[in-house]
Design a protein around this ligand. Structure first.
Ligand code: MN
Length: 274
């Protein structure tokens, strides 16, 4: 892929199991997809990449007739495409490790626990509290998907992180927001003013071909359905407190030093094609 960066992979590229392909009962035996360019960094071999279309497949329920439609599915925590110390000083090793291994993992485990409970309820033909369960499930799955996108739109400085955007993403941002700097200002304001815990996200509306800034509360509120997410910034306190204390503004400012614009551009080009 043209936007792929040659980032040395200093961590093991790990299996990234599609929730729609993994079978709970046989999780260790299923065919595995390997994390790839989507999660920033660049795996060195073609077969170890997960393309945008494969990612969409990962996030899209199987079609009718799919043999695996009725098999139970589980989420898996993806490993990062860079080392835990690679984003310092913007994000320290301790913070990144905690954020990924504890917080992100908690959403993966939370979603799986609920899915297993629902599978059990189905097996036993039992009722469950649907309102609370579906709300909690969307919270955990939203957290998992947003964190996965977040890791992918970050890259170490000197390896693409923080470089000026180019190509389609630069063009469309400049057209819509006036300039890259003005976009950064607006996106930062969205991140700073997200109430409580939440995210700032750059999305793309296929209906109008406009990039739209979206503020996400928690992991699952204020989502525009069908708007493809191009870039996200986590502004939950756990994302910055260890390094920046209560200074969210300083963290948001530093975020621009590690944005992987090549990946954001790739996501845009994929969205425009589909
Ligand atoms: Mn987070």
């Amino acid at each position: 892929m043209e936007n792929k960066q040659n980032i040395p992979v200093d961590v093991e590229i790990v299996p990234y199991i599609s929730p729609y392909k993994a079978n709970i009962a046989a999780a260790t035996r299923v065919t595995i997809l390997k994390v790839g360019s989507f999660f920033a960094g660049a795996p060195s071999t073609k077969e170890s990449t997960l393309s945008q279309s494969e990612l969409l497949e990962y996030l899209t329920p199987p079609k009718k007739g799919d043999k695996q439609m009725d098999t139970p599915k589980l989420y898996v925590l993806p490993k990062l495409a860079y080392g835990y110390d690679a984003l310092a000083p913007t994000i320290s090793e301790t913070l990144l490790r905690l954020h990924h291994e504890k917080h992100h993992a908690a959403y993966v485990n939370g979603a799986n626990t609920i899915i297993e409970k629902m599978v059990k309820a189905r097996t036993e033909n039992a009722d469950f509290d649907t309102k609370a369960t579906f709300k909690e499930l969307s919270f955990h799955i939203g957290g998992h998907v947003l964190h996965s996108l977040f890791w992918g739109n970050l890259s170490p400085q000197g390896k693409g992180g923080g470089e000026m955007p180019s190509g389609a993403i630069a063009k469309i941002i400049s057209e819509e927001f006036g300039s890259i700097d003005r976009f950064k200002k607006l996106f930062s304001q969205a991140a700073l003013s997200a109430e409580g815990s939440g995210w700032a996200a750059l999305t793309f509306c296929r209906g109008t071909n406009r990039p739209i800034i979206m503020q996400v509360e928690k992991h699952n509120n204020n989502i525009y359905p069908m708007f493809r997410i191009l870039m996200v910034l986590d502004v939950w306190e756990h994302a910055y407190y260890l390094d920046y204390r209560n200074d969210r503004g300083k963290f948001v400012e530093a975020f621009w030093n590690i944005v992987n614009w090549a990946e954001v551009n790739k996501r845009l080009e994929d969205a425009m094609k589909s």
